[in-house]
Design a protein around this ligand. Sequence first.
Ligand code: SAH
Ligand code: SF4
Ligand code: F3S
Length: 467
Amino acid sequence: MSYKRTVISEEELSAQRDIMAEVAERNAALPVKPLALVDTYGCQQNEADSEKIRGMLIEMGYDMTQNEAEADVIVMNTCAVREHAEQRVYGNVGALTHTKKAKPSQKIAVCGCMAQQKTVADKLKESYRHVDMVFGPHALWRFPEFLKKVLFEGGRVFEITPSDGAIAEGLPSSRDGKIKAWLSVMYGCNNFCTYCIVPHVRGRERSRMPDDIINEARSLVKAGYKDITLLGQNVNSYGRDLRLGVDFSDILAEINAIPGEFRIRFMTSHPKDATEKLFRTMAECEKISKHIHLPFQSGSTRILKAMNRSYDRERYLSLVKLARSYMPDIVLTSDVIVGFPGETEEDFLETLSLVGEVRFDALFTFIYSKRPGTPAAAFPDPATRAEKQDRFDRLVALQNSVSEEKHAAYIGKAERVLIDGEDNGLLTSRTDGGRLVRLCGSSELIGQFREVRITGSNTWALTGELI
Ligand code: SAH
Ligand code: SF4
Ligand code: F3S
């Protein structure tokens, strides 16, 4: 595969900055400060993109609101990974006809992965005429230009030109909260799993320069962030396109060396590219969370092949063994798809047995959703919805019993947690492995690392006491 790395030039970015200043000037002349709402669907990558959209909106003179009725600008940052996600977006975008009727000056944008698909953009153009701007992830950095156009000239903007993708450094970002931060190390995906829409809407893998990542990590630590999650669709292939001889483990080790009290997490890891070096680095670096999210998707080698996952059941199991040889207590989480086209009861039993064998701490289970334009959409799919649902229920029941047992084994243990918020009168915190622990205590502890004794558990969470 040939790699072409496109970096948005400083001139192009500076033109967008000038536009932000123009919009800010217009907004500053309004009698009241205008409001904007950004609604996010989908994965952490989309959350990170939404923080950039908020950053640009703030720079353009907007305050943020959660109220659709009072917002002057609404941005829906969408996900295309499953049909259900898309239906939710159509429902919610449809409902905005009412807010726009009450406030005709309102400007509505639909962006993100779903918008990048031509069929979706066409549908929005024809049937959702209250939507003013539609653009895909490749055009995110041009949002100021689109907003200026609809504000100053009126009309509608559609920008979904397909692209392998580019990197835009230096966009403003307004992060949610002061404790946890997303840090993208790369964008796009080259793996083309046959069920998945992501490579079609996010373009090819492209890595940020090591210095850009390390400098951002440094400034996050300096700003007091305690939990930094490195993001990419497949972080384990970081750096291949750069040809600098720097891989993901090197980035992890460099961030680990930044002075300060903080934790490093990362997701997602593709099993085909997970290496012994990665596990060694995780084991050696004290700030790296001993947790890996390693999606297996299916326990059947035959189905893995049809999914184009490039590993088989045995390779997956041996990777888990290798990870545990370096970190015996590593927290393992995973994604699995039930009802992939052609999955038989036998294939499914292999998935069940893999789950029984590995004993994941938590599992994200999905029923296969047909994505138009992907190879699997054309595969014969004889299993009925009811059969798929039955398999799904059996898998969830097995995982729930495993999670419950694994959580119960924490009782009596001491864990170092990061206290990150409050919910229903209790503090919420996360263990090094990312397990949720609820405890009593003062809200002044939010943002601090503390030792707790685990006193109770259920399928989803733990309870504890400060030591
Ligand atoms: N890059 C990540 C996954 C991103 S999508 C990885 O490869 O691990 C998150 C999860 O959604 C996937 O792991 C998969 O389990 C699920 N998923 C993706 N496409 C799907 C589809 N068409 N139907 C059902 N689940 C899907
Ligand atoms: Fe989708 Fe596969 Fe890429 Fe993950 S690795 S984003 S599942 S194509
Ligand atoms: Fe969804 Fe796009 Fe993420 S399709 S899962 S928001 S990369």
